[in-house]
Design a protein around this ligand. Structure first.
Ligand code: ZN
Length: 198
């Protein structure tokens, strides 16, 4: 495979290791980058380094943010008594885009998966339980409707039930196995409004 520069080979390898990028796409991107003006290529590389160095977890909801608290957790107009639990920051932004949810979030950064060896301690679950010691009225579980998402939802509801806090699950209008971020806003709204108490 050494038809071209070893630098390009390395770049193709790096790009190809990203999710959803096959070898062909990696090659196309690598050559595209080679044809970029040098300063644009540098800006691209810098934005990766800077994002990786400066982005951190919000100390409350654990979404990715620049500061100690994310803009949603900082916002006093949001209803801090209603917490929507999502698997990742992309799901959070999908719900934010609907503009209809005025509560706050909790980002788990994954879902329980016995098959992949991901247990309750590998996601931000303890952190969620700590938050529930404050004044919380409802926890809406908005994990994906695939096996891992459902397993996680069941696990969380069992944990929360004894506390007396209302636990609900978004309606399963969300296609099975579908990543929340790819679902349109209408479907998300319907899923949120049609949530059922667990
Ligand atoms: Zn936050």
């Amino acid at each position: 495979m050494e038809y071209y520069s070893s630098y390009i080979t390395k770049l193709v390898e790096q790009l190809g290791s990203l999710p959803g990028i096959g070898r062909k796409t990696a090659q196309r991107l690598a050559f595209h980058i080679m044809n970029m003006p040098k300063d644009r290529a540098e800006a691209l590389a810098n934005s990766i380094t800077e994002a990786r160095n400066h982005v951190r977890y919000c100390s409350q909801c654990f979404t990715l943010t620049d500061d100690e608290l994310c803009p949603i957790c900082r916002n006093e107009k949001r209803n801090h008594k209603v917490i929507m639990v999502v698997e990742n920051s992309r799901d959070l932004s999908a719900y934010e885009k609907t503009g209809k949810f005025d509560g706050v979030y909790h980002v788990l950064h994954g879902a329980i998966s016995p098959m992949l060896g991901i247990g309750p301690n590998d996601i931000k679950l303890k952190e969620l339980m700590l938050r529930l010691q404050k004044d919380v009225e409802e926890v809406i579980i908005a994990t994906n409707s695939n096996l891992e998402g459902e397993t996680t939802a069941m696990y969380i509801s069992k944990l929360i039930k004894p506390t007396g806090i209302k636990v609900s699950r978004i309606a399963s209008g969300v296609p099975v196995g579908g990543d929340l971020e790819y679902i349109d806003e209408v479907t998300l709204l319907r899923a949120l409004e049609g949530r059922t108490e667990l």
